[in-house]
Design a protein around this ligand. Sequence first.
Ligand SMILES: Cc1cc2nc3c(=O)[nH]c(=O)nc-3n(C[C@H](O)[C@H](O)[C@H](O)COP(=O)(O)OP(=O)(O)OC[C@H]3O[C@@H](n4cnc5c(N)ncnc54)[C@H](O)[C@@H]3O)c2cc1C
Length: 417
Amino acid sequence: MRYSVLSLLANALTGQKSWKPAWRDAAPKPSYDVIIVGGGGHGLATAYYLAKEHGIRNVAVIEKGWIGSGNAGRNTTIIRSNYLLPGNEPFYEWSMKLWEGLEQDVNYNSMVSQRGVLNLCHTDAQRDAYARRANSMRMSGADSELLDQDGVRAMYPFLDFENARFPVKGGLLQRRGGTARHDAVVWGYARAADRLGVDIVQNCEVTGFIRDAQGAVVGVETNRGPIRAGKVGLAVAGSTSRLTAKLDMRLPIESHVLQAFVSEGLKPLIDGVITFGAGHFYISQSDKGGLVFGGDIDGYNSYAQRGNLPVVEDVAESGMALIPRIGRVRLLRSWGGVMDMSMDGSPIIDKTPIPGLYLNAGWCYGGFKATPASGWCFAWTLAKDAPHARNAAMRLDRFRTGHLIDEKGVGAQPNLH
Ligand SMILES: Cc1cc2nc3c(=O)[nH]c(=O)nc-3n(C[C@H](O)[C@H](O)[C@H](O)COP(=O)(O)OP(=O)(O)OC[C@H]3O[C@@H](n4cnc5c(N)ncnc54)[C@H](O)[C@@H]3O)c2cc1C
């Protein structure tokens, strides 16, 4: 959408009354072919790819608040594909490829910035593990570089190399990794899905499920009335176990809060993403100048979107250990989101044992980077009634059969966000 300066001025003076919304505020219809519950990045991307790739356009995304009000709008915006295991790495590299074409695909500036992600190592064993990971990444077509201490020092001379309790020995660098503007990702998918006919229904909370005589899910109950559907896909992140509890379905997922922080605006200091390998800390700098950083999840289960102070202290300590000068920076604000922590740290994109119900969950604290591939694969699974090869390992029954994707760094290790 283009506006001239005069039109911008006119709209500013008239309170933007003549601006056309980027997507319709749809009222729910009595029935759809597919309902996606959850208007975060994953739900909206799923609806978009259902319409675009599979021609399934009688679709609604049902969101209890406003789109992007969950983790999609609360994360620290890091994207990367530096995973190890075959069940994960090709999927995340596919996501990275979709990120690289996303803005052209949905015709929206999502500020995808491939500024590089550097994971620091502090021991020889950690360096060996990164060498293995780097090789695995290359086998899936991803880029990876191992840096020695001088290589890291050339990029970030202000890290504590000399007096550190955990000296920086080197790092694993993925130059194609980086950040993307999280809200704009949501808005881009929403506008593109809306244009293909998808209904985005906000302020509509799913409160239960409609089931037929055989027990199949054939719709949802909402605070705006029942809506029937051929298929129902859940993409509600930290609320997943609350919704499946309504179906007496227990999941291998725990909900925990993850906090993040932003500082006052500074002159350019950190032009990439850095993760500490010896503590719970990672950091980047936003285009507005704020240092954006975070650490580990809060220790106890919670559905509250707010964190507790001991974790704030822990994150601050780790930050000081890595970048001592950060102690002079003033904190602007902090916030929290509810993570759907799976037991092996890897996600689930699958059908469920209940006919008509499909599941996209278990993203831990790493699901933002997965948004495009998650939507693409979930749309495939919904449309074909079977997983694509890219999400074939992300099965729900792996926790029963033992085919886990047990990878440090997917979500279970905090310093790799
Ligand atoms: C502080 C923080 C930092 C993070 N940093 C990163 C990072 O740097 N990189 C990365 O890859 N990942 C990161 N993550 C994780 C990432 O944000 C999530 O894994 C991902 O956003 C989850 O998918 P989503 O966007 O669809 O979820 P959400 O945006 O949470 O979408 C779920 C939606 O479902 C809605 N919903 C819930 N219940 C109902 C209901 N009953 N009816 C209707 N709607 C419902 C919610 O309102 C919500 O909008 C971070 C998360 C947090 C909180």
